[in-house]
Design a protein around this ligand. Sequence first.
Ligand code: ZN
Length: 324
Amino acid sequence: MSGPALGIDLGGTKIYAVVTDENHHVLSEAKTDTDSGAPPEKIIDDILELGRTALRELDLDLRKISHIGVAVPSPVDPETGDCHYANNLGWRDISLRELFRKKLGQEVYLGNDGNLGILAEYTCGAAKGARSAVGLYVGTGLGGGIVANGRLHTGYRGLAGEFGHMIIRQGGRRCGCGRRGCAEAYCSKIAFVKAIRKAVYKRGVRTLLPPDKFNRNTKNIKSKHLARAYLAGDPAVCSAINRGAYMLGVTAANAAGLIAPECIVLGGGVISALGKEMLPVFRAGFEEHLVGIDPSIIKIVFSSLGDAAVAVGATILARKKGDV
Ligand SMILES: [Zn+2]
C-alpha cells in the first residue's frame, strides 16, 4: 500500500498519467495524445514514456515504483488481464497484462476505465460513504462502473458495468460496437459530433462550430468547444446535447433499477464542461423511466475527482493488488 503509485488512464484520444501518495492525492500528472490505430505495443511504449515523464517531476524512477495501474476503454478480465474489446482503439482480445510484463518485467494492474472511475469516487471522491454506487462517464465514449455493497462489481470475466452499450432504443442509432440503440450512440462526444454533422449537412441546421471540425476523420470536438456553442444557444449543438442528456437519464434509470445505488456519479470531460446545464434534462429522462424507486432517495452527484478520477482509480487498484 505504501509509497507512490502510478496510474494511467488510456482514453480514445488522450493518455493521462498521475502519481499519487498513500492518501490518493495527486502529486504530479502528465498528458499526451493517444496514437489511436497504433498497435498495442506502441501504445504501451507511449504509456510507459508518459509514466516516466510524470515520475521525473518527482525525481522518481519507473523501475522503483511498486504500484502501477492502467485503465483501458475495454472490459478487462481480472484473471488474465486480457482486454476483450476496445472499439475506440480498434482492439479485440489483447493480452495487455502479458505485453506489459514483457516490456516492464513487473506486475501492472489493469481495469476498465469506467470501473476504475467509480472505484476512485467511492474510495475518495463524490461517492465516498455510499455502499452502492453507479458511475456514468461521458467522454469520447460512454463508460460506466458499479460499486455494489462496498465492492467493485466487475462480473464474469470483467464484463459488467457496460452501461454505454445498454440498448435503450431498439433499432435506434448505430453504435461503434456495430449494434443499434446503445446509450453511447446518444450520449458521447462521438454521438454528439455525428448528430451535429447530420443536422448541419442533411437538415441545414445552423451551427457556430467551425466547419473544419466536421471533417469525417475528426471524431472529436473538444468538450469546451461544445460547451461554448451550447451556452451560445447553437441550435445543432443544443439539440444533440439535450437529446444525449435525456438518454443518459434513461440509462441511469435502467442502471438504478438493476443496482439500487445510493448515489449516481456523473463524470467525464463532457460532464465537467456541461454537467450543470445537462442536469435538468438528465433528471427528466431519469425520473420518467425510474420504476419502483423514489428518485429523491438516489443522490445524483458530479465527479469530485474530475479528469483525474480514472487514473486515480488505477492507482487504487494497483495499491490493493486488484483486490477491490
Ligand atoms: Zn454499442
